[in-house]
Design a protein around this ligand. Sequence first.
Ligand SMILES: Nc1ncnc2c1ncn2[C@@H]1O[C@H](COP(=O)(O)OP(=O)(O)O)[C@@H](O)[C@H]1O
Ligand SMILES: [Mg+2]
Length: 344
Amino acid sequence: MTLTLRNIAKTFPGGTRALLPTDLDIAEGEIVSLLGPSGCGKTTLLRIIAGLETADAGASIRFKDDDMTHQPVERRKVGMVFQSYALFPNMSVRGNIGYGLKMQRLPRAAIDARVDEVIALCRLEPYAGRTITALSGGQRQRVALARAFAPRPRLLLLDEPLSALDAALRGTLRDELAALLRQFGITAIFVTHDQDEAMAIADRVAVMSQGRVAQIGTPEALYRAPETAFVARFVGNSMPLGGKIDGGTLHLPGGDLTLNATATGKAAFVRAEDVKITADGPLTARVETVTFLGTHYRIALSGATDAPLFCLHQGLTAPKPGETVRVTIAPHAILTLEPEKAAA
Ligand SMILES: Nc1ncnc2c1ncn2[C@@H]1O[C@H](COP(=O)(O)OP(=O)(O)O)[C@@H](O)[C@H]1O
Ligand SMILES: [Mg+2]
């Protein structure tokens, strides 16, 4: 492994345990996302890797054979991109990108050559002479990335770099950022609270909850085989079905569903895209609301399960509110997981 994190924990003065002992291994050129709700410890872990925060005693951070654990920030050869960008507003794009190289006291010609190279790579040529205040949010984001990459870091750390942008732009820039990071070929850790962003950008996603990594895996593995209710809910918005599992059958208020394995005592979850309205379905439900969303209808159903059940329905027509419909869920689409502990 290229980056090896062992026993990384953080207790802030005052006693907040922001991070419980955490291990993480990242391969050369791999892009790993830390995904989790606000306050789960993502930024704390990133700042510890960068050297901006010290971990509790007993931690180890290694990059290949180099023990970084006690190195100061400037020796770690880590590039950082923040949500706020932290660019120098009155400096030009070139000035910002060359800043880290100037701090390294490289000769003028070497700085110019590297800045040209990174400007071309990030397709910033048309803006090279502009000041930061004359750029759009998306352009600033690309300059921040270029500035972090210019000094040839061995590791790039990005903390919610797209969160300051509006929703429409975020989708486009997400794909652009994913492509650029792959072009750089750099090892990177990307922090986000947005599951779509994590899945689009990362090779592997570490889902975090309350200071620990709940599960790490490829986007496909996390989506198809979540190991806990928290991961099932957070990655792909699984809904709890309620009812009661007895052997290979799930008994629900609106009928029975067959599972693909016995799972007595477990809790069942499903995603809205796996809930199908079909004439011979085993569940009976009442249509509550129907919302047309272009690619599909989002339909709220009652009576089949204890809580409202949502269905993403594709087709030219949809049932109407008040109608009774039959519903099915394929056995493989029902996730059976340990029941969640009731909130304290
Ligand atoms: N400097 C600090 N002092 C005290 N508590 C902090 C400090 N920084 C973060 N925390 C707390 O640590 C927890 C994790 O924070 P953070 O790593 O910023 O979460 P995230 O980036 O996932 O939103 C939160 O409860 C937060 O309030
Ligand atoms: Mg954060």
